[in-house]
Design a protein around this ligand. Structure first.
Ligand SMILES: Nc1ncnc2c1ncn2[C@@H]1O[C@H](COP(=O)(O)OP(=O)(O)O)[C@@H](O)[C@H]1O
Ligand SMILES: [Mg+2]
Length: 369
């Protein structure tokens, strides 16, 4: 009664919106409305359904693992196996790390809020033509939380996380790699809004200057070009690069990022917070995180987790699940002994040592910041 059917084309058009709405509202019920954020937005008031609640209860299609798998299948054939080495896509539901699991510096905290706001207001940024946002480079030694922070951000913002492993760009599949790099960016655009994370970004610099195979150089050039062409404001893709070796990046690589975020070795206060966080589920007698922080100069968040692991396993050997402060102190010295051995092992680490010497108690590493 409120539609018109074109018998020839077989199409149906709505001729009286108001009548259609009345008809629908008469038959709808609150549970139906709350299952659909669009309906909740329009009719929520009449049914006592809140739009925000309806939206939270219905994850966007991008968050759905099945949808993501379908998309990957569409883009990559079975014989595109190398692409599976190159890229790892996770839905937010599959991301276990949240930003609450990571102790951030004030700068990092501020940057995370800025990025969250930029994503939320990207339409506004597009209107005013502000395109220079949404490409971040995380810089710092291994184990300082770069990967975890990127994943935590995806978790917090409920965005799919596309991780590209640059070291997997090899000449193994000659000629195909550059094409697959392009496909990865296509997938990221289709998944948008999403986070595209590129670990080991220094790979780009070493490849450009090194004596690499042409296929690799071509893939890296494609990568740089794709980075230039993608944007948070127009494509809804937030790009995060990470590197342990900022010294290897050339000006051309730096220039591609709008913001450089430092991941320093944690200072004493931060170490105390990290220790408290990673031990939050563990029973520890006489627990004094500040005292442990004072003994762990130069250790990263990842090192502190290893210390805890050591202490927990040592206690389990003695059939204990309650730890003591002494267990943790012992694990710290054990860790430092082991770390010292490892550093003596290779020339490269010995050279690294001159930058960040944290193995000799008589020369504690100066705490960054
Ligand atoms: N600031 C931190 N707060 C809490 N945990 C941390 C921190 N830094 C590192 N970690 C832990 O160390 C491990 C390695 O961190 P990761 O993010 O992989 O470091 P990176 O990518 O910088 O090498 C993770 O389990 C992470 O939870
Ligand atoms: Mg990492």
């Amino acid at each position: 009664m409120f539609t018109d059917r074109d018998a020839f084309a077989g199409s149906i058009t709505l001729v009286d919106d108001d009548m259609a709405i009345d008809w629908f509202v008469d038959r709808a019920a609150a549970d139906r409305i709350s299952a659909n954020p669009v309906l909740a937005f329009v009719f929520g008031d009449e049914f006592g359904v809140d739009y925000e609640t309806a939206r939270d209860a219905n994850r966007p299609v991008q968050a759905d693992p099945q949808w993501i798998d379908g998309l990957l299948e569409e883009y990559f054939d079975e014989d595109d196996e190398e692409m599976l080495d190159l890229v790892d896509v996770r839905s937010p539901a599959e991301l276990t790390v949240s930003l609450d699991d990571i102790v951030l510096t004030d700068d990092q905290e501020a940057e995370m809020s800025k990025v969250a706001k930029a994503i939320e207001h990207r339409d506004y940024l597009a209107t005013i033509g502000l395109n220079e946002v949404g490409k971040l480079l995380f810089v710092g030694p291994p184990g300082t939380g770069k990967t975890s922070t990127a994943r935590g951000l995806a978790h917090q913002l409920d965005l799919p996380f596309v991780e590209v492993k640059l070291s997997m760009i090899t000449s193994q599949y000659l000629g195909e790699t550059a094409k697959n790099v392009e496909k990865v960016f296509e997938v990221a655009k289709r998944l948008s809004p999403c986070i595209l994370f590129m670990d080991e970004f220094d790979f780009v610099a070493t490849t450009r200057t090194g004596d690499e195979h042409n296929a690799i150089k071509r893939a890296v050039n494609t990568l740089l070009k794709s980075i230039d062409e993608i944007s948070l404001v127009t494509d809804d893709v937030l790009l995060i690069g990470a590197t342990n070796h900022p010294d290897e990046l050339d000006a051309a690589a730096w220039r591609r990022f709008d913001e450089i975020l430092s991941f320093p070795r944690p200072d004493e206060g931060m170490r105390a917070d990290i220790i408290s966080l990673v031990t939050s589920e563990v029973d520890i007698a006489d627990f004094d995180p500040a005292a442990l922080a004072a003994e762990t100069s130069g250790l990263t968040g990842s090192d502190l987790r290893l210390v805890l692991r050591e202490a927990v396993l040592d206690a389990l050997v003695e059939d204990r699940t309650e730890l003591t402060q002494d267990d943790l102190m012992a694990a710290i010295s054990e860790f430092e002994d082991r770390d010292h051995l490892r550093n003596l092992d290779t020339l490269e680490d010995a050279l690294d040592d001159t930058h960040s010497d944290h193995t000799h108690d008589d020369h504690p590493a100066p705490n960054p910041e």
